[in-house]
Design a protein around this ligand. Sequence first.
Ligand SMILES: O=C(O)CCC(=O)C(=O)O
Ligand SMILES: [Fe+2]
Length: 268
Amino acid sequence: MTGFLSPDEIALGDRFVADQWLILPVEDADALARIRDRTAALAAGHLGMPLPNDPQHFLDRIGDRVGPARLNDLRLAVIQGLNAESWFRTSYHALARRALSTVVGNELAMQRTVGLSVQLPGDDSSLLPLHCDVWDGDSPYEVVLWLPLVDCLRTKSMCILPPAANARACAGLKGFADRTVDDLFASVEQDLVWLDVPYGHFLLFSQNLLHGNRVNLEPATRWSMNCRFKSLFSPYADKRLGEFFEPITLRAATRLGLDFRFPDGFHD
Ligand SMILES: O=C(O)CCC(=O)C(=O)O
Ligand SMILES: [Fe+2]
């Protein structure tokens, strides 16, 4: 050791500060398979179909069985079913436990419900135009753990604006006050990076950077999850501890500290 952090921690931390996103292999392959398989089972159940033999293929090809009109009901049934599973959030955290500990901290708050995004090829009904969550009630201390359940490449994935281009776009944002988000997209399009995240990997990104998605031009459907994490004692914005976030990795000294009371009359 040459410092307070290990060389690996310094390297990963410096990489995250520089790029503000990371794509790494999941740390718990069984947890990923369990999440993917339960997702496929819930989707099949909602559609009145038997359990699929090949869950990933089934998810990729869901557009053969459901169109845009019924997609949101399917999405809600699946994510509500997953969030109701006692193991779901611990498994989700296990996918990136070490990376989160290094990048965010070892006392974490986690979003109480994980989100799910399903995007059929060619469907423009559930897009998220370019945005920074931090402009709309999220704390700048949050990161998003984004998980593909199928290979998410090119427009089947999401895009993000790298830090230098993001800083330029933010500096010029005043000029967009009376223009549309499509104008903003066009002005940064050449600098946007489409994040290729194959199944078996996660993406961890800062929602302080502009990001979003467009119509999925790939032949298969995108299935991805997202969940926010932050250091428990970092500042909160509109998304509050206890409402939106929940402590997940309280350490012993903190538990003692939170329970501590001065004896009656001590300050009198
Ligand atoms: O999944 C996407 O395309 C965008 C996700 C997003 O905006 C977020 O998780 O903050
Ligand atoms: Fe976002």
